[in-house]
Design a protein around this ligand. Structure first.
Ligand code: PAF
Length: 281
């Protein structure tokens, strides 16, 4: 497995490996959700690359950049065992050299939901993903559906900037009790970890109500609010029932499909999760 540290090294590697290439961009501290993306990439491409870069530009001033969990050795071992051909592992100055001042902003889609609580987040994500795609030049790039808004922002940016890459969305991987896998789950105390099951339970409850004929978006949001309120360690940041393409909040009944998403804090730890209502009829 080759480890490439700069955009120049990465592009030289790509020129020497011209077959179809899949990229899984990550911030490291890999869990089974990341590994599922890598496995799909390995199955669909002649070679696969992963990137590990904790991107300062997507963290707000009071967020967890400094304590974001890291395990470079463990990550490289896992990627090597799976059969990844190349890992792009740039340093912060390789990505943002002195004097850096160019950012990619996806305007409308970045504003609501996560963007409302995290104003610089999607500008940072869109910028770094553009730079990662430019350095690695993959044919396909793999992202998880857990980060539903991120996925839409990235699809939009790829279309708007005519980037020659296919974005592949992969299902959320969950722990046995339903908690969506996330590197941030590592921050939870045992009590918070037990309480965190409230996200997937609330979403599952809403899915069942929807299937039983509760199509009014506000009724679905109210049900999720009540489920989270019943868990004393959980504080709801938002619950949204939105158009699954535009992410515009739905008033009235859900027609077709809708994205039901939420963010919940457990002390300083903020987790997100979502389901698509109405998928598969
Ligand atoms: O989803 C993530 O881990 C990050 O937001 C990404 C896409 C790797 C960009 O830093």
């Amino acid at each position: 497995m080759d480890i490439l540290k700069t955009p120049k090294e990465m592009r030289a590697w790509r020129r020497a490996h011209p077959g179809s290439l899949g990229l899984t961009p990550t911030m490291g501290y890999l869990h089974d959700g990341h590994l599922a993306l890598v496995r799909r990439s390995l199955a669909e491409n002649e070679a696969s690359a992963a990137s590990i870069f904790v991107n300062p530009a997507q963290f707000g001033p009071n967020e967890d950049l400094d304590r974001y969990p890291r395990d470079e050795e463990g990550d490289l071992r896992a990627l090597r065992e799976l059969g990844v051909a190349a890992v792009y592992l740039p340093s912060v100055v390789d990505v943002y050299p002195e004097g850096y001042q160019t950012y990619v902003t996806v305007e409308g889609l970045s504003q609501g939901l996560e963007g409302a609580s995290r104003p610089v987040h999607f500008r940072g994500v869109a910028t770094v993903v553009t730079k990662l795609l430019n350095a690695v030049q993959p044919d396909r790039a793999y992202f998880g559906k857990k980060d539903a808004q991120q996925l839409r922002v990235i699809r939009r940016l790829v279309r708007d900037l005519d980037l020659p890459v296919e974005i592949v969305a992969c299902d959320t991987v969950r722990e046995a009790d339903g908690l969506a896998m996330s590197s941030r789950n590592a921050y939870l105390s045992p009590e918070q970890r037990a309480a965190a099951v409230v996200l997937s339970q609330a979403l599952h409850g809403a899915e069942e109500r929807f299937r039983d004929g509760v199509w009014e978006a506000e009724a679905l949001r109210t049900g999720v609010r009540a489920a989270v309120a019943a868990e004393p360690l959980a504080e709801l940041d938002y619950v949204s029932v939105a158009d699954s393409e535009t992410l515009a909040e739905i008033e009235g009944e859900v027609q077709g499909t809708a994205l039901l998403s939420m963010a919940v804090s457990f002390g300083p730890v903020r987790l997100i999760d979502n389901v698509t209502l109405g998928e598969g009829g």
